[in-house]
Design a protein around this ligand. Sequence first.
Ligand SMILES: *Cc1c(COP(=O)(O)O)cnc(C)c1O
Length: 421
Amino acid sequence: MPATYEATLEFAQDLDRTDTLYSFRERFLFPQHNGEDVRYFCGNSLGLQPKSVSYLMDKELSDWARYGVEGHFKAGYPWFSYHHFFAERLGKIVGAGKDEVVAMNTLTVNLHMLMLSFYRPAGKRYKILMEAGAFPSDQYAVETQVRMHGYEPDDAIIEITPKSGASLIEDADIINAINEAGDSLAVVMIGGVNYYTGQFFDLENITKAAHAAGAYAGFDLAHAVGNIPLKLHDWNVDFACWCSYKYLNSGPGGVGGAYVHERHGNDPRLFRLAGWWGNEEKTRFKMQKGFVPQKGAASWQMSNAPVFNMVAHNASLDIFEKAGIQALREKSVNLTGYMEFLLRKITHLPFEIITPSEPARRGCQISMLFAEKGREVFDALTNRGIIADWREPNVVRIAPVPLYNTYEDCYRMYETMMEIE
Ligand SMILES: *Cc1c(COP(=O)(O)O)cnc(C)c1O
């Protein structure tokens, strides 16, 4: 990493030339603007399509045509075992054993299914602690879980807000609130990286505090997975879920993922809603009475794998495997650092950066909170081929993604912002 950054095109291009991950961008398809690739800063919302997807999709279609039902065992990636092809690669990304993760369903569905297992309120232990301003789907999920058990959200949900005047929530405030809630607390459920500010929470110490209070710790990792290397197993996290269409580039509505720590996943007494795909594989096709959960997170599966929905996931995880999540993180810290350096040079537009500056407290997203004109700036960027992301009421989010963004992209973003009046 250079000791100091410079706000010049030459400097940015020099960094690109020495970037060992530079060529990975050639594996993706970029939307076009005036006949050129856009500068795509929206990988935190919808990742780009790997070029290999269409080949793999064609192959899956021809296996179906060729084998019909026998494709369950004869297809190139046999459908019977399809979810197994992801576990090891996903495990490396989230820091878990291959039995602790499973690709299935979609994010909010997985959140509900895991809450059904881990939110079992009883007596005075019935509260859920979460961050204020969580992604709406998470808020709705938690609200309705609470109501399903006969509680009122106002009473049963503890929301942690930023200190007055601040835009970020301090980890220490979360931990203090957990300690204070003590034996009233059933579950801590927090978004690992906040979608709005880009703040990465201290999952390890939040988990420790939750356990000390006798509660479970679960995380929604939608904006963390594929962005920041995680150590879910070592951090002792109880459960987690994520989607794959953001940093994991697996396409709109792409298959979600779930993690369950092995101490729970291998405990058949823990309640889980059952379907045949979660049953022991040996006896799955015996069609017998009586659900016997297989080992690990895979026992939360209900239905057979939506193979066509998982093709892009397969393509994308191959790319992650080749690049390596640690190497991606190293580039990411530097790339986002450069983007922040450039944005801080812009003084004629009324915005402040609300994402933490410390690399350990963020991934590759930077959120700019505008006092005014945010929407105009966003539209002007779009019109010049720079794809950012707009969040009501007044935030422009950008994500320099290490797999396919360049230092030159960051420089062009800065240059364009400088041109906007
Ligand atoms: C993107 C996102 C979702 C979306 O949920 P889906 O079920 O995949 O539609 C939910 N929660 C968070 C925190 C997200 O970032």
